[in-house]
Design a protein around this ligand. Structure first.
Ligand code: HEM
Ligand code: NAG
Ligand code: NAG
Length: 631
């Protein structure tokens, strides 16, 4: 008995060894054939199991294998390395290198030329959708599909992302940002804000609630306006409607919060184990699913009654295109029908894609403006010039948006997207059917079919070959590429790269306007990819940018944001301080904030780690204690 068990174990071990060795042998040959620099890693580091066990297998690897084989490549093998290591691994290993593992091949790059080739040849370099399976929980959608099915999803969903709707997002973002500021003032008369993370999440959620569903979501303490659609009030209100145990907002916020729990845990375990976090996740998932079904029914009812859609409402327009009778279908061609599950799947993905990403950019920009008082003052000056003291509800999209984008408001946003990109790595792969080539310095390299490609956003955004730098003002470093410096967006540009052979020429929907104004710093194509680029680039790019600048303008028109110094000095003590003492005190808070930002981590998007937070104070302009004069 024992001997047969031993034999079985022996056989399994031999088989694993054989598979590992033969896999490595094949893949090393492919890596050599590519002519690119390559490294050997004993485990495919991007599988969930390898990520969970990273400290263990990396420790064993380091013990068993001579240092020269792992000392460089180990940097890119732990999970969440992108924002930790930045451009450094590419400094050591080159801008584009291959990793041979016993199972999958992979290539990492922070070269703008290579990235530009990957993003402009969709069929040669598709999305590795096999790793997104988990995002289909509520139905297939535009993020999780490829090929003709993706085209159909992209076509139907992109119809909503037009300039008319961007103008509406501008309006709603203004309303919501005012809602947030009023809420801050109501909540604490001293206007101390322990952490802005949750509030900026609510802000982005409320905006996406409008974008996705046409809902005017409320802040705590706000009441429904008189002319609100009664059918919609159950989704907007913070009260819990009959049949549900949590509000719609709570159901979506919590589903997103516990997304990884929901995605990683088998349904049976979620449904039957009495663990608090599982119960919370389940309640969110079940109530959200039910809300979505009801919402779909309500919208289908509207469509049948011929109710005109007003405002932006992706879900409504998806329902309309799928439920309208054949002849009245004008916007999208025949066959662009989505199943109910696909409508709900797309609605969910809009929440997922547009919520935490935009929220983090607003959050980080507010923090960086507190850390850089001079930039904050410049931004306020630009707000004053463009919008003056006018009531935000009168701000006009067509009249103001370009000027806002081109000012320090836009520069602050662009700089946060550079330094703290919500998506730190954009995954691609080589077509599963054919090997492909990539051209580097006029030399063609063969990339084996199905190889995983990681375009490292956090790294290429700091690659000095594409970004002009000046000596850092805040650390001992010859360049300022790791610092948040909005002024760089007004520096002169480098020349652009040449066009890509066999590039996509079709219009895949979404905003097609220029990335940056011609008169300003214009990044080399492929070197600035916070929204990715090409056919699979972010559909929500324009509305995200519009909501971010709208929120910044609303806040800084009347207020400043200062780092809280309460951990070191009371208000009375500060009142007695000399200028120098005050400046030193503020510097201390700024240093702590920068450290916290530096330690941000990325589970789904880049955000402050765990419970980490940066306390600030909202102060009326004219009543600042620090940021109106500190450098
Ligand atoms: C600052 C905010 C945002 C950032 C940084 C961002 C970033 C990105 C990136 C990097 C991708 C490509 C992902 C990949 O290839 O794996 C993407 C795709 C996408 N984003 Fe965004 N996004 C933002 C906001 C939004 C918003 C507000 C929406 C919608 C309301 C949205 C909808 C989408 C969709 C639908 C896709 C998939 C497009 C496709 O595959 O065809 N995003 N986004
Ligand atoms: C909401 O969640 C609770 C707790 O999991 C569940 O009992 C209830 O049926 C859910 N409501 C709906 C409408 O799904
Ligand atoms: C920031 O990015 C936006 C959108 O891509 C662009 O229109 C604007 O000109 C940029 N602003 C600056 C100051 O570079």
């Amino acid at each position: 008995m024992i001997s047969s068990v031993l034999m079985l174990i022996g056989a399994v071990a031999a088989w694993v060894l054989y598979r590992t060795a033969s896999g490595l042998y094949t893949n090393i040959a492919l890596a050599k054939a590519s002519g690119l620099r390559y490294f050997v890693v004993p485990v495919n580091p991007i599988t969930p199991i390898a990520q969970l066990t990273a400290p263990v297998w990396i420790a064993i690897w380091k013990l068993v294998v001579p240092k020269k084989y792992w000392e460089d490549v180990v940097d890119v093998c732990s999970p969440d390395w992108q924002h930790k290591k930045l451009h450094a691994p590419f400094e050591k290993m080159g801008e584009t290198f291959v990793i041979a593992t016993p199972s999958r091949m992979m290539m990492y790059t922070d070269s703008a030329e290579v990235i530009h080739q990957m993003t402009s040849r969709r069929e040669a370099f598709p999305k590795p959708t096999e790793t997104y399976g988990i995002l289909t929980m509520f139905g297939e959608n535009v993020v999780t599909t490829e090929g003709t099915i993706w085209r159909m999803h992209r076509k139907v969903t992109s119809a909503s992302f037009n300039e008319r709707n961007s103008a509406m997002v501008f309006k709603v973002a203004i309303e919501q940002a005012q809602g947030m500021v009023d809420y801050w003032i109501r909540r604490d008369t001293t206007q101390k804000i322990k952490s802005m993370e949750e509030d900026t999440m609510t802000l982005a959620l409320n905006i996406i609630g409008y974008v996705g569903f046409g809902l005017r979501m409320l802040w705590p303490g706000q009441t429904l306006p008189g002319d609100a659609d009664p059918k919609m009030s159950k989704y907007v209100s913070l009260d819990v409607p009959a049949g549900h145990t949590i509000s719609f907002k709570e159901s979506i916020a919590r589903t997103l919060k516990y997304l990884l729990v929901l995605l990683m845990t088998p349904t049976l375990i979620i449904d039957y184990l009495p663990i608090k976090i599982l119960k919370l996740s389940r309640e969110a998932r079940d109530n959200y699913t039910q809300y979505m079904k009801e919402f779909l029914r309500d919208k289908a009812e509207d469509v049948r009654q011929g109710d005109k859609e007003v405002g932006m409402d992706i879900m409504g327009s998806l329902v309309a295109t799928s439920y309208q009778d054949e002849q009245s279908k004008t916007k999208v061609g025949k066959g662009a029908h989505l199943k109910d599950s696909e409508i709900i799947g797309n609605a969910f993905i809009m929440f997922l894609a547009g919520h935490e990403t935009s929220a983090n950019v607003i959050h980080f920009t507010l923090l960086e403006l507190a850390n850089n008082p001079a930039a904050q003052r410049r931004l306020q000056k630009d707000v004053d010039t463009i919008l003056g003291g006018t009531d935000p509800s009168t701000w006009d999209y067509d009249q103001s948006v370009n000027a806002m984008m081109a000012s320090t408001i836009g520069a602050a946003m662009n700089e946060t997207l550079r330094v703290m990109p919500p998506v730190v790595e954009v995954p691609k792969k080589v077509s599963p059917t054919y090997d492909q080539t990539v051209t580097i310095n006029d030399q063609k390299h063969t990339l084996p079919r199905n190889m995983y490609i990681g375009m490292i956003v956090s790294s290429v955004h700091r690659n000095p070959r594409f970004w002009p730098g000046k000596p850092s003002k805040i650390r001992d470093c010859p360049h300022d590429l790791d610092d948040w410096v909005p002024d760089r967006w007004f520096r002169p540009s480098f020349n652009d790269v040449t066009s890509v052979e066999g590039a996509d020429t079709e219009d895949f929907g979404g905003y097609a306007g220029p990335d940056t104004s011609a008169s300003m710093f214009h990044p080399v194509r492929g070197s600035y990819i916070p929204f990715s680029d090409g056919a699979r680039s972010c559909l929500g790019r324009r509305i995200a940018q519009v909501e971010i600048i709208a929120a910044l303008a609303v806040i800084f028109q009347k207020y400043s944001i200062e780092n809280a110094v309460d951990d070191w000095a009371s208000d009375e003590e500060i009142a007695r301080m000399s200028r120098q003492e005050k400046a030193d005190l503020y510097q201390r808070a700024t240093r702590r904030s920068r450290q916290t930002l530096r330690e941000a981590s990325s589970l789904i998007t880049l955000k402050l780690k765990g419970d980490a937070h940066v306390p600030v104070r909202l102060v009326r302009r004219g009543e600042e204690r620090f940021v109106d004069w500190v450098e």
